[in-house]
Design a protein around this ligand. Sequence first.
Ligand SMILES: *[C@@H]1O[C@H](CO)[C@@H](O)[C@H](O)[C@H]1NC(C)=O
Ligand SMILES: *[C@@H]1O[C@H](CO)[C@@H](O)[C@H](O)[C@H]1NC(C)=O
Length: 619
Amino acid sequence: MSNKVVGILGGGQLGRMLGASASLLNIPIIVLDVGDDSPAKQILNNPSSKNLSHIDGSFKDPSFILQLAKKVDILTVEIEHVDVNALRKVRETHPHVEIHPSPETIGIIQDKYRQKLHLKEHLGGSSAPLGPFRSVDATREDIERAVEELGLPLMLKRRTLAYDGRGNYVLRKSDPPAIADAIQFLCPIGAGKDELYAEKWVPFIKELAVMVVRGRDGKVTSYPAVETVHRDNICHLVWAPFRTTSVEQDPGIRANAERIAQEAIKSFTGAGVFGVELFLLPSGEILINEIAPRPHNSGHYTIEACESSQYDNHLRAILGLPLGSTKMKVGAAGMVNILGSDGSEPSQPNEISFSPDAIIDKLTHVALSTPGAMPHLYGKAQSRKGRKMGHVTVVGVSDAEVRERMAGLLQALAEFERQPDSKTPPTPASLRPHLLGQSHPHPLISIIMGSDSDLPTMVPGAHILQKHFPSVPFEVTLVSAHRTPLRLAAFAKGAGERGVKVIIAGAGGAAHLPGMVASMTGLPVIGVPVDSKSVAGGGGGLGGVDAMWSILQMPRGIPVATVAINNSTNAALLAVRILSAGNPDLVREMEAYQRGLGEEVDKKIGTLGEIGWGNYGKK
Ligand SMILES: *[C@@H]1O[C@H](CO)[C@@H](O)[C@H](O)[C@H]1NC(C)=O
Ligand SMILES: *[C@@H]1O[C@H](CO)[C@@H](O)[C@H](O)[C@H]1NC(C)=O
């Protein structure tokens, strides 16, 4: 057992997952939370002989916080709504106890208005990546002034004690009854004068999140930015890593989100993991929404998908250990939260029931029979509608595989929710089955050509992928080096961020497309020389030899693989072989395809033997 003891304020699911990481290093954890049965306490059974027993009390109560401080070397939090003054006091009475993140950081972050002011001050004032905001009293007059200044709809938020959307209110009208409703919702137990603040409505197209790790030396590193999807203000899905979804979208969004998140966390003090929630605007601009001074729901996926999880790294950071790698070790990952329902009995009793709440039981069973899926149940005693009861992480080699695997879980959820009076959210386009003859929304191979007249030459390659390699999603699109040079640049620079791994470019005549694409991306490019005699206004009937030389003779440093004239089939097969590096399943699929070719030849050998060479090919 390590000689350092860690105390956690809060014993919920984050504490439980932190505890699981701590157990791997045999680091003792003492939990402060009410009762003996909180999710974290359930899995952390300390030797009572060493005075390591958990504390039954509120993490908001100064006397219990002091009691915890007496037993530990390092204090941390799994929830920010703690008593910061008590933590400050600990620093005086127990100077040897380190507190991470610092009480000052927790104090700033737990008050969302102070959090915004702090970020504004440290991230460039009016140029900080924040939407306009202002403090507002919970009075009709002041809310009216805020509407005048920031417009409608107006986001009204409680400054403190708000999470999972509780404490947020969208004001859509500014008449007195609407404002009265807002005040009633936000301040049900009487309006405190300065409990609220207002944010200008941000017309975001997506929500992103970045988990940042801050070491004791103040150095920061981050996990890849992810896309988060919320339902009723609660995190529903996470897709990792964040991908741009169109050629037109700025490929720098992910790196920019990570940079902004890291800059924000540099401005605080103390160590640990921080969750940074961000908005993506239609222009590609990124704004900070909110920060959490602890591991975060949008980082659960790191347990299965990254070389070290957010929990591993939170512990390493607060203990001053070397930080673990934040890289993903799988191609892609997804996470769906399991929220409690109204607590009905499982409809089809399973041999093992995981919960009396039917949806929890059902999703767990579906996850257990989904490859790459890992269910996590938090052990909360009571399931309530909307309460976070668990989650499922799904990993896979590609975005397409993860989404396909996730589809079964979302389907089960949708079936469960299809009550007569409830609306089922439509399946997102990216989860619908991939239609034959259509580009896949999450391609690994991109087949491009300069003109639709090249399509007949490029289609055989698409057919071979569709027929023999169904696990390889691909797209087919037009990009012309000469006629749409800007689209060409956007395509090439953004392909990697869209998740594309290999590009096949067909071109005739001067055939600049493959080489130009290769010069603007690090991805492998395979050129298909197209016999362009049919190309309008070009070609000159050189039979494709022109394009072949052009593609072959690339300058040093920018290689393009070249196949035979018109041979998109071999280009597709070569692309699969490139993808199969590090993917033994795909190597086997390729070998199966090759066996098929061998069988064709065997058949011909048989026929030749049967009818004799003199008659072969005569009929
Ligand atoms: C290449 O394909 C085009 C379109 O199918 C065809 O017209 C042309 O003859 C082919 N050329 C060669 C050399 O195979
Ligand atoms: C590609 O090349 C192979 C070998 O020359 C040939 O059998 C095949 O028909 C070619 N495919 C196309 C589309 O030209």
